[in-house]
Design a protein. Structure first.
Lengths: 427, 806
């Protein structure tokens, strides 16, 4: 397969190729803020209807229908807030960062439409702390938008007031969990909140709040401009639209590629990303970031990348981060790297996630260092079973995937580690 | 409370139970005796769901749920660990996790024997661990305050301590830090954890992570005996459990009593108990012979005292009783009866400062009136405090008010200085010391103009010629707005301002509110009931009133004297004419407002008998010192600020030959040939016979109110909770938490002074030196200096503040 036959379907990334797409002028030249103008002439309910009809689903990992989420906001409780989750911390995921760096106005426009449709006058972007450049781009774009009357009092002469606050995180993966994110904005320790009540009624400052991902908001202006049917023209019935997939790991051309949902994984890995690095064989890949519940082997290369197909194949689409492992990668070491990440990022609030990830890291380290025992596989499986479904939030639930996936797919590598008294890939 | 909601029907382990809507599964299970294990859950803290130990199966749910965060729903079918593999496996898995990093050092851990983690591991844990890798290690123990030590390795991160500090006490600076397995309880490097409630975090810690610096390694729970009792360190009246090892008191714990102290107590109550076990205790009767104290038998001492009393009586000399305010109800009553029947005098007083005629009126009224209770605070719409800093003077009432405020009840503080205790949404009406009566008279005037028709003639007379200030108008609006749902809590300092206590009492009645008197000392209300007062007899009866006096003939066999007695000041001023001066649990040379007068009076009195624990400034001047038993060394009753009688139980035998005040005076009476109850049962029978049924408040006489000094700086002072009193003896760790002397003034009064400047404060009766703090939490024109560490100034005095030359 050659790249010449493959074309990206650029919707949210369409301005990435323009030189001045990140500036207000460049954005406006390409139709920017026309959608907001149109939205402000509609009723909030009309917009929510369009978004609902478009079938737009959240791009942060869970795929919840966006229009439905917006419709949960009670109309009689004010103030309400709109929050953008830009704490993109999922390993292998780097789409939101590029969206913010290269087209910040698109995000602001999408958020403004969302805010208007839920009747909020105050929006927040919670930007991952490490994304210094993205945050600066957002701040610059916000300043331009204020200057141009797109934010602030009486935006675009509509009589509607809208403010934007850019809040930079302090470097915690858990703040990507929406209630921990809200805690952090409120100035507290980023730890997830008890639910119910849900953010739709008791969110930021205990007021109704919508939290959506960057890519989700980026889709919104295009849906408002072109209509729900246009949007549904891409992708599958249950996964309409396009999706940015983040290709990384052992591939020739890592990067973000925007394609319609349903594009086979093989097209993304072997086509857009140019195949496994150095012509090596593929050993495994994650269909949706570290938090895919199951890694895929080469047999899953023909899986269509949409919510339903990936789920049917036994995993989750997640954020659409495809990390590719070549044949010479030690999967135990890979699992250890992932699990260390979870152990490091576990917020510590609940016992299973805090202690379970710690336990798994120590065990995997032992395998790498030659101390693995046959019974450790069963113990790790038990540990994983005691984390999933018993943790406070999804971080714990997802933290077991690298361990359970590798035990399932690469049991022989564990055996090798035990027999050879350490990591055979080091020899 | 919202409208009556229908109960919710649930099934737990096959048992049908109906509970109020919103009840958590863990609580619902408790109602049928099913204990679901838990570490982070605490019924008085907001649900957290962190430890995950309480997993249960709920029919229809794929995953096990935490019983501590899940409210019941109609028709819910719950299976606990007793009936569900899912729940049991879930709990087992969590327990295994909690133990992998736990040091398992139970044999040397203070919590061993009373540790929920140990109990849970014993009941459900495996015999060994599957975890073989290195455990998380931390430096330990880390002192987080002089009283509390932290062992992070034992911590299960349940956040009870941090939630207690945040939700209950409102004290910041103990927090969770770091993430993952490194998450830990800690304090900030530059912000000390300062809390007068810190001991509670030790008590609610479900493991041995937080331990007490005074109890560490002292005893095993199973080696101790326990006695439930009541704390006597303030008028809150916390129910406590005293614990002894080999006859020595080693620990005090707060006892669970939702009506009084929930399950909290303050650090003073918890940590200041060593005094009774000090070698300085007086352990045998002492009689002065040739100028020196000589230890004698009880028989000899009683004979000496009774002889002097008889001689004085025969010589027609008046004797007098000065009593303390930390006595048990029985002792206070016995002393009052002793004065009236044995000494035949009304020269009896338990006050350290003498107020105006309105104070007499309120003290007389309290035993006969329905006064405020903790439950009134819970259900009020507005709580007003005046002349009292609850945080320092009655800390558990403070927690009660804070809890009410968290539920949305309005709280208003009237005073010269904002309380250090933080109450959510409370408002502060500034009032210079001495101006309280004028402010309240203004409130009365504003109430009248708002159409309040409940004002009594005394108050109407007092408000003549008084203008209602803006503050008074605002207060009146607030009071009138919640007519009938207000609780007014007044402290003893209010009595120092003529008219203020009486006006507070009368105005409370006029707005349909309930009045609560918050004295500083545990026995003050009992002393008022007992009539340790020159014009009062037990039950608020008056010595002036023939009918009142007649009630005693039957019970005592002797009528009390009808002549109004002299107050403590007059007794001390004219002590040389006394026959016998009996001091009971009181140290006028230290505690009386005019301490020089206290010392002089004792020196002047021809014969002084002191019932005391120690040789104090006063008792060392006495002629006979009789060893009294400390509160943990005897049984009895102690009525708290509400008038709630609470049992005090003997926890340890009296030191040496000590006896209760009642036992001592009973023996003197009998030796002097006067009939007196010989057993505590007989004494209580009398007290019961003299009981009065409380009725609605009646107005008290107010008298003339005075205009407060205007212009210049006025001193506000108050003894802090953690002070340098006698009963702090031996409580060295607690003493380290005492605030050093400081001087607070409003920034507008700074006149060139900056924060931290070393200053002198001088008033007519005291002087202090300390660093100045500029803060808008004192009213303009006010200097605040805490009343301890040798500072003897009095509120309302004109104060001079000047830079100290180094």
């Amino acid at each position: 397969m050659s790249t010449s036959t493959l074309q990206q379907t650029k919707v949210v990334t369409q301005r990435f190729d323009t030189a001045d797409g990140a500036t207000l002028d460049g954005y406006r030249k390409t139709g920017g803020y026309e959608a907001l103008k149109k939205a402000l002439s509609m009723t909030p309910d009309q917009i929510i209807d369009i978004v609902k009809t478009s079938g737009l689903r959240g791009r942060g990992g869970a795929g919840f229908p966006t229009g439905t989420k917006w419709s949960f906001i009670p109309k009689d409780i004010r103030p309400s807030y709109l929050v953008c989750n830009a704490d993109e911390g999922e390993p292998g995921t780097f789409k939101d960062r590029e969206l913010m760096e290269r087209d910040p106005h698109q995000l602001i426009e999408g958020m403004a439409i969302g805010a208007y449709s839920i009747g909020s006058n105050e929006m927040y972007i919670f930007c991952r702390g490490e994304f210094a450049y993205a945050a600066r781009q957002l701040e610059r774009a916000a300043a331009e938008a204020y200057e141009a009357g797109i934010l602030g009092k009486n935006i675009m002469g509509s009589g509607y007031d809208l403010d934007l606050i850019i809040h930079r995180g302090a470097g915690a993966y858990i703040c990507g969990e929406e209630t921990a994110l809200l805690e952090a904005i409120e100035g507290r320790r980023g730890q997830p909140r008890l639910r119910p009540p849900f953010p739709a009624t008791h969110g930021l400052f205990a007021k109704p709040t919508v939290v959506n991902n960057v890519e989700t908001f980026a889709c919104v202006p295009h849906i408002v401009t072109n209509g729900a049917d246009w949007f549904k023209g891409f992708g599958t019935e249950k996964s309409p639209g396009t999706k940015m997939f983040c290709l990384s790991g052992d591939v020739e051309r890592p990067g973000n590629y925007e394609v319609p949902f349903g594009t086979p994984a093989r097209d993304l890995i072997e086509g857009f990303a140019g195949g496994v690095k150095g012509g090596k064989k593929l050993k495994a890949f994650t269909p949706g970031g570290a938090s895919s519940t199951q890694f895929f082997g080469p047999d899953k290369l023909d899986t269509n990348m949409d919510w339903e197909s990936v789920m049917a194949a036994g995993s989750l689409l997640g954020t659409g981060a495809i990390i590719v492992f070549a044949e010479d990668v030690c999967m135990i070491r890979a699992a250890l790297r992932y699990t260390r990440f979870y152990a490091h990022e576990s917020c510590g609030k609940c016992t299973p996630c805090r202690e379970g990830t710690y336990w798994m890291v120590n065990t995997l380290e032992r395998f790498e260092n030659g101390g693995g025992r046959p019974e450790d596989l069963k113990i790790m499986d038990d540990v994983a079973g005691n984390i999933i479904g018993r943790s406070f939030c999804a971080l714990g639930d997802f933290s077991i995937a690298p361990v359970t996936s590798t035990i399932k797919l690469f049991a022989s590598e564990y055996k090798d580690h035990i027999e050879k008294g350490g990591c055979p890939f080091d020899r | 409370m919202t409208a009556e909601q229908a109960p919710v029907n649930v099934t737990i382990d096959g048992v049908d139970v109906a509970v109020p809507a919103g009840t958590l599964i863990i609580r619902a299970a408790e109602t049928i005796g099913k204990y679901i294990p838990r570490f982070c859950d605490h019924p008085l803290l907001d649900p957290l769901g962190a430890c995950r130990q309480c997993l249960v199966e709920v029919e229809g749910q794929r995953k096990p749920l935490t019983a501590c965060t899940t409210p019941v729903a109609e028709g819910m079918v719950v299976k606990t660990e007793f009936a569900s593999d899912l729940a049991r496996d879930g709990q087992k898995g969590v327990l295994e996790f909690l133990l992998i990093n736990h040091p398992l050092d139970c044999p040397m851990c203070d919590k061993g024997g009373e540790c929920p983690l140990q109990d849970q591991a014993l009941a459900y844990g495996p015999g060994g661990s599957r975890y073989i890798d290195p455990k998380r290690r931390f430096t330990k123990p880390v002192p987080i305050s002089p009283l509390v030590k932290l062992d992070r390795e034992r911590c299960v991160l349940c956040a009870r301590c941090t939630r207690f500090s945040d939700q209950i006490a409102g004290d910041p600076f103990i927090e969770l830090f770091e993430r993952g397995a490194l998450e830990q309880v800690a304090i900030f490097e530059d912000e000390p954890y300062e809390s007068i409630f810190s001991g509670n975090v030790i008590q609610i810690c479900p493991v041995g992570a937080l331990t007490s610096s005074t109890f560490r390694f002292r005893a095993r729970p199973f080696d101790m005996t326990s006695a439930d009792s009541t704390c006597n360190r303030c008028a809150s009246g916390c129910r406590i459990t005293a614990q002894m090892r080999r006859g020595e008191l080693v620990r005090l714990l707060a006892k669970d009593d939702g009506d009084v102290n929930d399950e909290w107590m303050c650090d003073k109550g918890r940590f200041a108990y060593q005094y009774a076990q000090r070698p300085e205790r007086v352990v045998e009767p002492l009689v002065r012979k040739n100028g020196e104290f000589v230890a004698v038998s009880w028989a000899e001492a009683i004979e000496v005292v009774a002889g002097r009393i008889t001689a004085a009586r025969e010589a027609g000399k008046t004797s007098a009783v000065l009593a303390g305010q930390q006595l048990l109800d029985e002792d206070a009553y016995a002393l009052s009866r002793f004065a009236r029947t044995v000494l035949a005098t009304n020269d009896v007083d338990a006050r350290r400062a003498i107020g105006g005629e309105d104070e007499d009126g309120v003290l007389a009224a309290i035993p006969k009136t329905i006064t405020a209770t903790n439950q009134d605070i819970d259900s009020a719409k507005l709580v007003v405090t005046i002349g009292v800093d609850l945080h320092e003077e009655s800390p558990i009432v403070f927690l009660r008010v804070r809890k009410a405020a968290r539920k949305g009840i309005a709280v208003r503080e009237i005073g010269a200085r904002r309380s250090a205790g933080r109450v959510q949404g409370s408002t502060w009406t500034r009032c210079r010391p001495g101006a309280e009566a004028a402010l309240l008279a203004g409130v009365a005037r504003a109430l009248e103009s708002r159409g309040n028709s409940g004002l009594d003639p005394f108050t109407r007379a007092a408000m003549q010629g008084v203008e209602a200030t803006a503050e008074a108008q605002e207060l009146a609006a607030a009071l009138q707005g919640v007519h009938g749902s207000v609780v007014v809590l007044a402290g003893e300092q209010l009595a120092a301002v003529p008219g203020a206590l009486g006006l507070a009492w009368n105005i409370t009645a006029a707005v349909g509110g309930t009045f609560g008197w918050i004295p500083r000392k545990a026995g003050a209300r009992g002393a008022a009931w007992a009539g340790l007062h020159p014009s009062l007899l037990p039950g608020g009866r008056s010595v002036d009133n023939d009918d009142d006096r007649a009630a005693f003939g039957e019970v005592w066999g002797i009528d009390p004297p009808s002549k109004r007695g002299r107050d403590a000041r007059a007794i001390l001023q004219d002590a040389s004419g006394l026959g016998v001066l009996l001091l009971a649990g009181v140290d006028p040379a230290t505690d009386f407002q005019d301490r020089e007068l206290g010392a002089r009076g004792i020196d002047d009195a021809p014969f002084v008998v002191a019932l005391d624990l120690f040789l104090t400034e006063s008792s060392r001047r006495a002629d006979v010192v009789l060893p009294a038993a400390a509160v943990y060394e005897r049984g009895g009753t102690l009525q708290n600020w509400e008038g709630r009688p609470q049992p005090v139980r003997m926890a340890v035998p009296p030191a040496g030959l000590g006896q209760s005040d009642f036992e001592i005076v009973a023996q003197i009476a009998i030796e002097a040939g006067v009939q007196f109850p010989e057993t505590v049962e007989a004494l209580r029978k009398e007290m019961k016979a003299l009981k009065v049924t409380p009725a609605a408040a009646r107005p008290v006489a107010v008298g003339k109110i005075e205009n407060a000094a205007s212009g210049g700086l006025v001193l506000a002072t108050r003894r802090p909770l953690i002070d340098d009193g006698t009963m702090m003896l031996g409580a060295d760790a607690l003493a380290q938490t005492a605030a050093p002397l400081f001087v607070e003034i409003h920034p507008d009064d700074a006149r060139g002074l900056s924060n931290g400047d070393d200053v002198f404060v001088r008033t007519a009766s005291g002087e202090a030196r300390g660093p100045v703090r500029l803060t808008d939490e004192v009213a303009r024109g006010v200097v605040f200096v805490p009343g301890h560490a040798g500072f003897t100034g009095r509120s309302g005095e004109t104060a001079m503040v000047e830079r100290a030359e180094s």
